[in-house]
Write a protein that binds this ligand. Structure first.
Ligand code: C2E
Ligand code: CA
Ligand code: CA
Ligand code: CA
Length: 275
């Protein structure tokens, strides 16, 4: 093993590369990458569906890996949780997302995802407060996304976190809505400003009548509770048309823009600004 920076070792033993060794190495690499701030925030635009006006961005984590290419969060978030690194990862990325957003040429909001495991950590509210103070991002420009499954698995802790974030002036969005079965009472008991409709329903809505009905019901629910509705995973103009017809406010998806690195964001904002 060869030293590669603060507490990090690269392991070279080609030839006997078993599955277990690969996993051990991947874990060690992730540990190093987090410690050395090598995870990179990317930003995906959120737009007004009817006018295509740019409304803000969601931060999505990426890990540029020396041999595996750009590793998506689906491959490292759960691992970071297992390794006890999720609090550090979240704080790092939150800080960088807020710092970037504070420097954007227009005061648009940035959304950050929070892992379910962090509900167990009472310090998250305090971390968010400290990061906002440090980066000078006004609280109303930060949006924290909690998933519907977090409400179902641990409602009391989710409520505590949601209340402490709302008290800071941070906005809350309910992510992946429709994939769980949270009760209306629970939904209403938390200070959400937004419902994000899961991409699986959006993808199917123009082909499958049941999915269309689910999307229609979710949008109706959001409107009656005075919540913003956001459709995720919008890829086709036909989806936009159907969503606008149902009164959905905003959308996110490849049709409007893929997640891009921080350096590319100011140009996107300037390009979208009325001249
Ligand atoms: P999510 O929060 O539901 O994010 C939306 C995912 O859909 C992102 O995947 C995004 O790149 C992808 N996506 C956006 N538009 C389209 C589209 O039109 N078509 C398709 N096929 N996909 C689209 P990504 O970036 O791989 O992230 C996956 C999940 O990982 C996220 O799902 C979120 O739950 C989690 N995640 C991402 N960043 C973080 C983070 O910093 N912290 C935590 N805890 N979780 C994160
Ligand atoms: Ca999200
Ligand atoms: Ca989502
Ligand atoms: Ca999702």
């Amino acid at each position: 093993a060869k030293a590669a920076g603060r507490g990090c070792f690269r392991i070279f033993d080609a030839g006997i590369d078993t599955c277990l060794q690969q996993r051990v190495r991947f874990e060690a690499e992730l540990r190093c990458a987090i410690g050395r701030d090598e995870l990179v925030p990317h930003f995906q635009p959120v737009v007004d569906l009817a006018t295509r006006q740019l409304l803000g961005f969601e931060m999505l984590a990426r890990w540029p890996h020396p041999t595996r290419g750009m590793v998506p969060p689906t491959e490292f978030i759960a691992l970071a949780e297992d390794l006890g690194l999720i609090a550090e990862l979240t704080e790092n990325l939150l800080r960088r997302a807020c710092r970037e957003a504070a420097a954007w040429p227009q005061e648009l909001p940035v959304a950050v995802n929070v892992s379910a495991l962090l509900l167990q950590s009472p310090a998250l509210g305090e971390t968010v407060r400290a990061v906002l103070e440090e980066t000078r991002l006004p609280p109303h420009r930060l949006e924290i996304e909690l998933t519907e499954s977090m409400l179902i698995e641990n409602f009391d802790l989710a409520r505590e976190l949601a209340d402490s974030l709302a008290a800071l002036g941070v906005r809350l969005a309910l992510d992946d809505f429709g994939t769980g079965y949270s009760s209306l009472a629970r939904l209403h008991a938390l200070p959400f400003a937004k419902l994000k409709i899961d991409a699986s329903f959006v993808r199917a809505m123009t082909r499958d009548a049941d999915s269309y009905k689910i999307v229609a019901a979710v949008i109706g629910l959001g409107r009656s509770l005075l919540l913003q509705t956001v459709a995720e995973g919008v890829e086709e103009p036909a989806q936009v048309e159907a969503l606008v017809g149902l009164g959905c406010d905003s959308g996110q998806g490849w049709l409007f823009g893929r997640p891009v690195p921080a350096e590319a964001v100011p140009a996107l904002i300037l390009q979208a600004m009325p001249s």
